[in-house]
Ligand binder design. Sequence first.
Ligand code: 3DU
Length: 216
Amino acid sequence: MVKLMLALDVMDKNKALEIVKETSEYIDAIKIGYPLVLATDLKIVKEIKELSNKEIICDFKVADIPSTNEKIAKLTLQYADGIICHGFVGEDSVKAIQNIAKENNKKVIMVTEMSHPGAVMFMQPIANELAKLAKKLGVDGVVAPSTRPERLKEIKEIVGEISIISPGIGAQGGDLEKVLRILSNDDYIIVGRSIYNSESPKESAKMYKEKLKNNF
Ligand code: 3DU
């Protein structure tokens, strides 16, 4: 089954913990990014890991020189199971993160093409090259867009066995039915606002989980 990753982009600690408790029976993984960490602190990652016992991925889209990437990865992977980085900064920057992750048995997920409209300006033209780099480096996952199923398909064909983490379902308007025809068992969809902003995050998470179970 394709897995459900909750993007927990709320900016209030209690709300975050509440949503995790409410939705945990329906989600497979939790993605924590800058909104929640900057509103609280990095220890929120540890707290949510302990509370949920789910796979926790930090979406810090790390994009710096190798030595700085290494420091960010060390701090993040004390608590998180994986970290998201950019590949456009080049092979050495991604490898620096992979070295830290390997020591700790953690995941590195690399962005190829983002899901928002602006990604067609600069990212889309190099996204296939980024996907090839991801494959060459043997990263543990790549981010590819649910908002552009044809691009999702192309990127999946390039990366082969590497798992896809795909944002864009829900608030960004991605078509889940089309996306599920492309994704396979170890892939994930990321859903944020349409779960945490809904009247009942629990019911919304349940609805997505059921769609994944029934393959729509
Ligand atoms: O649109 P949503 O609220 O379902 O959230 C999507 C999440 O995925 C959010 O955390 C965003 O920062 C992240 N993301 C993208 O939306 C697009 C990307 O290419 C990569 C990450």
